[in-house]
Write a protein that binds this ligand. Structure first.
Ligand code: NAD
Ligand code: UGA
Length: 457
């Protein structure tokens, strides 16, 4: 039976894989093909071991692969057959030339646009799924329309899912945003995309806007989320000086419904592939438009995050008699957050490297992220070891630092762990997830974030 529509997604990463699996799952009448230049990744998407860990993902991918979901390296063929093309290639921070360390590196995007132009033989809707600087659609259109070979409509449809909860976020999104040109063609293309989402998303949750507002809304959403974390982390430093408790402060502040209680967990700092890169991209755009004060304001969010990570290492050093040299420190968690194996921009990378710089020995444990941790720290080999079992990892260590809020750490037998450690034993809870009083009573010297330390000295 022929399919109603052929949907293609270019880029089979953390966004392309799960978003297309959800569309395929919810829209059995569409054929959904996901392509990538990386054959190893495509082979993994076609295997029993998917290339990313995401709760609930295995089930829908495996179900849909038998019906209407295809992973392939045949990019040209995919473009020819597609009516609608999502582009979700990576848009990392540019690490060379103009905008070095700040701007978005758009080379993967531009390559994709040129390849679409080269291969397309029939009209297509092109959808920006990647996070992009405002006005990227204009550049895309200029490439796509220069020879008027076929008609293209470009839409912006940024993705708001978070890792670890991607499947739930995709199934029940807070909102779906679609930006288009306000021309008859633009609005027609927009309605086609609305039709895809209405297969499972209530119509009132699908919002539409101009294309530039849509591109900008994505950068601003991430900037606002990260700003909340930097705000509470900045306050955590003040709490530590004033014997206040940042969790009590966050609760009191967050109960004002105008502020809200989410994203106010003080931590060792935010990580993930997007917050830092998207804010730096926003900062770069502001400077480009001569808005220096605006740029400086947002750059502060990233600066506080760097400060928080360094502060965590300094707190460890201060607590452990001002030297970490020769001490064995166990990191509980390496992923940038719980329920993912992703370690991109994880605070654990910075902290591991700083501990090695201080001549400590680092032992890393994590239920899902050890393979990525090994890649991230490959140049630190002889000072870092990787142990899957947290009990074995902590054995003989001077300190434990909780860096990822995995549920499993909340229920460990800390009596057993304490008894295997070098004394005095220290515990630095970079996520405030443990029962600090109980740990103190066991014998640990406990250092939460933004709360008074509990020590036996
Ligand atoms: P990713 O690195 O996991 O995946 C990108 C994929 O694109 C890679 O597999 C890469 O091989 C492929 N690719 C690059 N150039 C290609 C080309 N020319 N042709 C075919 N494939 C190509 O990245 P990601 O985390 O999925 O992020 C993708 C975009 O989505 C970024 O712009 C990011 O900011 C945005 N985003 C990410 C998240 C997230 O949670 N990770 C959430 C929302 C938005
Ligand atoms: C984030 C956004 O939440 C998504 O909406 C967005 O689509 C995505 O970025 C993106 O554009 O890539 P993600 O990075 O996957 O999603 O995860 P978050 O839950 O936002 O956590 C980011 C970081 O902030 C993690 O390191 C997390 O531990 C930390 N965090 C989060 C805190 O330190 N405190 C908090 O209160 C919340």
């Amino acid at each position: 039976m022929p399919f109603d529509k052929n949907i293609l997604c270019i880029g089979a990463g953390y966004v392309g894989g799960p978003t297309m699996a959800m569309i395929a799952h919810k829209c059995p009448k569409y054929k959904v093909t996901v392509v990538d230049i990386n054959p190893v990744k495509i082979a993994a998407w076609n295997s029993d071991t998917l290339p990313i860990f995401e709760p609930g993902l295995d089930e829908i991918v495996k179900k849909s692969r038998k019906k209407n979901l295809v992973f392939s390296t045949e990019i040209e063929q995919g473009i020819k057959e597609a009516d609608i093309i999502f582009v979700s290639v990576n848009t990392p921070t540019k690490m060379f030339g103009v905008g070095n360390g700040m701007a978005a590196d758009l080379q993967y995007w531009e390559k994709t646009a040129r390849q679409i132009l080269e291969c397309a033989e029939s009209p297509k809707i092109i959808i920006e799924k990647s996070t992009l600087p405002v006005k990227t659609a204009q550049a895309m259109e200029r490439i796509l329309t220069f020879n008027n070979k076929v008609h293209f409509d470009v839409l912006s449809n940024p993705e708001f899912m978070a890792e670890g909860t991607a499947i739930n976020d995709l199934e029940y999104p807070g909102r779906v945003l679609i930006g288009s040109h306000q021309t008859p063609d633009g609005l027609k293309a927009r309605d086609e995309l609305v039709d895809i989402y209405t297969n499972w998303v209530p119509r009132e949750k699908i919002i539409t806007s101009g294309i530039w507002s849509s591109e900008l809304s994505k950068l601003v959403s991430n900037a606002f989320l990260a700003q909340r974390i930097s705000s509470i982390n900045a306050i955590s430093a003040l709490c530590e000086k004033t014997e206040s408790d940042v969790m009590e402060v966050a609760k009191a502040v967050g109960m004002d419904h105008r502020i809200g209680s989410q994203f106010l967990n003080a931590s060792v700092g935010f990580g993930g592939s997007c917050f830092k890169k998207d804010i730096l991209n926003l900062v770069y755009l502001c400077r480009h438009y001569g808005l220096y004060e605006v740029a400086d304001y947002w750059e502060g969010v990233v600066k506080i995050n760097e400060y928080q990570k360094e502060r965590f290492v300094m707190n460890m050093s201060n607590a452990m008699f001002n030297t970490l040299a020769g001490k064995k420190i166990c990191l509980f968690g390496f992923a940038f957050k719980a329920n993912t194996g992703d370690t991109r921009e994880s605070p654990a990378i910075f902290i591991s490297k700083r501990l090695v710089e201080e001549k400590a020995e680092v032992v890393i444990t994590d239920p899902k992220a050890l393979d990525n941790a090994k890649k991230d720290l490959k140049d630190q080999d002889d000072k870092v070891s990787y142990v899957e079992d947290p009990f074995a990892a902590a054995s003989g260590c001077h300190a434990i630092a909780i860096l990822t809020e995995w549920d499993l750490y909340k229920t460990l037998d800390f009596h057993k762990i304490y008894s295997s450690m070098t004394k005095p034993a220290f515990l630095f809870d970079g996520r405030n997830i443990l029962d600090h009083q109980m740990l103190f009573e066991i014998g640990f010297n406990v250092y939460p974030v933004g709360k008074p330390a509990l020590t036996h000295f």
